[in-house]
Design a protein around this ligand. Structure first.
Ligand code: CTP
Length: 398
């Protein structure tokens, strides 16, 4: 099942380092090539020779090596890998990675990596539950890394608590799952929209909304990671442009609709994560509107096109996924929208809840199809939600 996959196993200095030997053995048994990178403190618990004998690969421990022929360096290492697993991951490597610190071979490899990264933490429970470590873990999740939560039990220091490395079986299963689904959207073409559209009133003013674009960008990133040819049609945001997407920048709803129609015919699916303004100024003006004598000003608005509804009307085989941003009757309203707009899936979220939804890194959603609720997704990072949404898209496409 892991045949042809190259896994970098990062081992950091925890008493659980000996379990990494078993992890390596299991991954190899399933067909993977395992290349081990050890931190200097990890070598105090297990010797590089143990891993070298087991994996039949040289074990990397040093950032700077005098052997110029050695292909092992922080860049080529991550280039060769399909996935990186850090197990056990200490508080040190977690906190360093979350802050972009690169001061040894493992942390440098992680910073340079362009492949999925999975952390399996193991440490004393106080260290694990500390504010710093928890914040770092949330950051890592927001970066798109996966964390295999540690379990509860007796720890090396004799205390009971959370911090034991997850079971080897669990870790191996996660690796199989993550590598199997890696390119499951190869040969598929998906269009994603993101951000809040800006409806121009005059050259300096516009009407918009609180959408940050984070959800749509996370979806676009996930799609490219999974091999899809991805077009991201984005209203203005403050986010960095994702790598390897066909990026189309638009401002208002009409522009977004025009661009969408360029790509719709040839795509397999559309995910409308954009918050499209329902109204636009009826008569935008080309000169800045001046303050008038009465001090009052009224603006006449007209309806914008409902982009996804129009796609629902003309669609052939394309899968349509919409969002329903609601402040009341979440499920009821989402059900109505899926019918009215002829969608395959809808992602409903309650935008009235603080700390989820608009502008936040976290969200909590319910995914529905025409028959009803498919999945309730509890509060988690938008990256993780993007992964679940893309999983559901794959299910519908199959
Ligand atoms: N949408 C769209 N074009 C619009 C408005 C919305 O394509 N002019 C899409 C959104 O991108 C989203 C879905 O329709 O995927 C639902 O958007 P939402 O704002 O929740 O619903 P509306 O249809 O605008 O209805 P209402 O504002 O009344 O809740």
């Amino acid at each position: 099942m892991l045949k042809g996959k190259t896994i970098i196993l990062g081992v950091s200095g925890s008493i659980a380092a000996y379990k990494a030997v078993d992890i390596a053995r299991r991954l190899i048994r399933d067909g993977a090539t395992v290349k081990v990178v050890m931190t200097s403190s990890a070598t105090k618990f297990v010797t590089p020779l143990t891993f070298r004998t087991l994996t039949k690969q040289s074990v990397a421990t040093e950032l700077f090596t005098e052997n110029s022929k050695s292909k092992i360096c922080h860049i080529s290492l991550s280039d060769e890998a399909d996935i990186i697993l850090v197990a056990p991951a200490t508080a040190n490597i977690i906190n360093k990675t979350a802050n972009g610190v690169a001061d040894d071979l493992l942390s440098t490899t992680l910073l340079a990596a362009d492949v999925p990264i999975i952390f399996a933490p193991a440490m004393n429970s106080k260290m694990y539950l500390s504010e710093a470590t928890q914040k770092s873990l949330n950051r890592l999740k927001a970066f798109g890394f996966r964390v295999i939560e540690p379990t509860l039990g007796e720890l090396a220091c004799g205390e009971e608590g959370v911090g034991r490395l997850a079971e080897v079986d669990t870790i191996v299963e996660v690796i199989k799952f993550e590598t199997a689904k890696e390119k499951d959207l190869k040969n598929r073409s998906v269009v994603v929209t993101a951000g809040g559209t800006r409806e121009e009133i005059d050259p300096v003013r516009y009407i918009s909304n609180r959408s940050s674009g984070k959800m749509g960008y996370a979806i676009a990133n996930e799609l490219t990671k999974r091999g899809a040819k991805t077009t991201l049609i984005s209203a203005p945001t403050y986010l960095p442009t994702p790598q390897n997407v066909n990026f189309i920048s638009v401002s208002n709803a009409s522009d977004m609709q025009r661009e969408m129609l360029q790509y719709f015919d040839k795509c397999d699916a559309v995910i409308m994560a954009a918050a499209v303004a329902d109204f636009t100024p009826a008569e935008p003006v080309s000169k800045k509107i001046k303050r008038n004598k009465t001090g009052n000003f009224s603006l006449k608005l007209k309806s914008n096109p409902d982009i996804i509804k129009e796609l629902g009307r003309i669609k052939k085989k394309q899968i349509l996924i919409g969002f329903a941003a609601e402040t009341e009757d979440l499920i009821e309203n989402a059900r109505k929208k899926i019918e009215e707009k002829n969608l395959d899936l809808i992602i409903a979220n309650d935008v009235s809840k603080p700390e989820i939804g608009f502008e936040e890194d976290f969200n909590e959603v319910t995914i529905l199809n025409k028959k009803g609720i498919v999945k309730k997704v509890p509060r988690m990072t938008k990256r993780e939600i993007a992964r679940i949404i893309v999983d559901k898209l794959v299910d519908v496409l199959d």
